[in-house]
Write a protein that binds this ligand. Structure first.
Ligand SMILES: [Zn+2]
Length: 425
């Protein structure tokens, strides 16, 4: 396992953190955070986690602090890990549920007019988040949340919004608490942040967390507009918060510290955009840019920009495809050979399947995992001893996973290794 990930179980220990006299964070109970604002005659909950089980655990802790009923639930965005415990917090009552009126890009959650490849997305989601991997040997954390979180009741407690907040947002008084709800598109187009001016607390959803931002999710996602996300960092800073309460990872305390982190986030996104765009203009392909565009070393070393969750090369690819489409600009790519055809020609050139299997064994011995995978795929595509090739692929994926700092990548490798090892894999 990557040495930096070994610190995550300690970091993501369960904790109720008091952020102001009437503001509490439930941290480490689930993939995402839940916040409670205690008003005069009722409680406001901001985000509700991914499972009803985690929500029950959190509510039990909140009930040690106050008996006031939950009267309002605010959802910062519609991703499953923020909306799925709402029915638990309602406790059989009928709190109002506030959310943005902008639609999410996520077809798992929002009914799209035409069908999407939801089955593929479900399989990929399971792999990205390591659902089914064992803690702590296989999954130690999800990059921005704990690995040993409850999975029972996933997606089970969603309540539909009772009111959708439109356009420029609104100022609202809830149970004696003055709040401002503001549209802040970033990780999703439907992001709505909550500003509590009296206490200078900003609930920022998933527009910031302690990792390089997930500008592309390997579970599959539509293009997340990079420039808009970077612009939103300036919008968040303009509130001048003293407490930044993010959807994942610990709250950030102190105006200067918050400004520094949000500036870094903005500049990291802008750097990827600028470098990728310049490379595209210079005629470089998506694969070339995915390998050449990097964060400057001082930026890449910052703890809040480590690639625990998002990855720079994934972002480069997403920007290329999101703004230019799939064609990389190289005329060769316009009529690429079918994978099985290319694989057989490659194997013939290499001297046959046995020679390629030998090259795989050498690559494994050299810990040259990616090359081993690319060789194995050709054996599988061309149909040479597929069972043996798949078994080798599972072994290489397990080895490769141990080097990864990026949790979605690690989980994807380990979960696919499991799938390859099962008879139906
Ligand atoms: Zn989230």
């Amino acid at each position: 396992m990557h040495p930096e990930l070994k610190a995550h179980p300690e970091y993501f220990q369960k904790e109720i953190v008091q952020l102001a006299d009437n503001v509490y964070q439930a941290f480490g109970f689930a993939a995402s955070n839940v916040y409670m604002i205690v008003g005069d005659d009722g409680v406001i909950i901001v985000d509700t986690t991914e499972t009803t089980t985690a929500a029950e655990n959190i509510l039990a802790e909140f009930r040690k602090i106050t008996d006031l009923p939950v009267k309002t639930i605010i959802l910062t965005h519609s991703h499953r890990d923020h909306v799925s415990g709402a029915s638990v917090f309602a406790e059989g009552g009928t709190p109002q549920v506030l959310a943005s009126d902008r639609s999410s890009e996520d077809p798992l959650i929002v009914q799209t007019k035409h069908p999407r490849a939801a089955k593929a997305m479900q399989a990929r989601t399971k792999r990205q988040f390591g659902i089914g991997l064992s803690y702590p040997d296989e999954i130690i954390g999800i990059g921005v949340g704990p690995g040993n979180r409850p999975l029972k009741g996933m997606g089970a407690g969603i309540l539909p919004p009772t009111r959708r907040i439109t356009g420029e947002g609104e100022k609202i008084t809830l149970h004696g608490v003055d709040l401002e709800l503001a549209m802040a598109p970033g990780e999703t187009p439907d992001h709505m942040v909550v500003w509590y001016p009296e206490k200078k607390v900003l609930f920022s959803g998933d527009n910031f967390y302690r990792s390089f931002p997930n500008l592309y999710a390997i579970r599959g996602t539509e293009y997340r507009d990079f420039d808009t996300w970077a612009d939103t960092m300036d919008q968040l800073m303009a509130f001048d918060p003293e407490v930044l309460a993010p959807g994942h990872t610990k709250a950030v305390i102190g105006g200067d510290q918050i400004k520094e982190l949000l500036t870094d986030y903005r500049d990291a996104i802008r750097h990827v955009v600028t470098e990728t765009r310049a490379g595209m203009d210079a005629g470089r392909t998506i694969d070339q840019l995915a390998h050449s565009v990097k964060l400057p070393p001082d930026m890449a070393a910052k703890p809040h920009l480590r690639e625990y969750y998002g990855r720079v090369d994934f972002a480069v690819r997403a920007y290329f495809v999101g703004t230019m489409g799939w064609f990389d600009g190289n005329p060769t790519s316009l009529g690429a050979l079918a994978p099985d055809d290319e694989a057989q020609r490659f194997i013939d050139l290499a001297g046959g399947a046995d020679a390629v299997f030998q090259a795989v064994h050498k690559a494994r011995a050299d810990a040259d995992h990616q090359w081993a995978l690319q060789l194995i795929d050709r054996l599988i595509y061309a149909g040479h001893d597929v069972a043996k090739a798949k078994s080798l692929k599972a072994d290489v994926l397990r080895d490769h996973a141990e080097d990864q700092i990026n949790c979605p990548t690690r989980h994807y490798y380990l979960q696919c290794a499991k799938e390859l090892s099962t008879p139906t894999g």
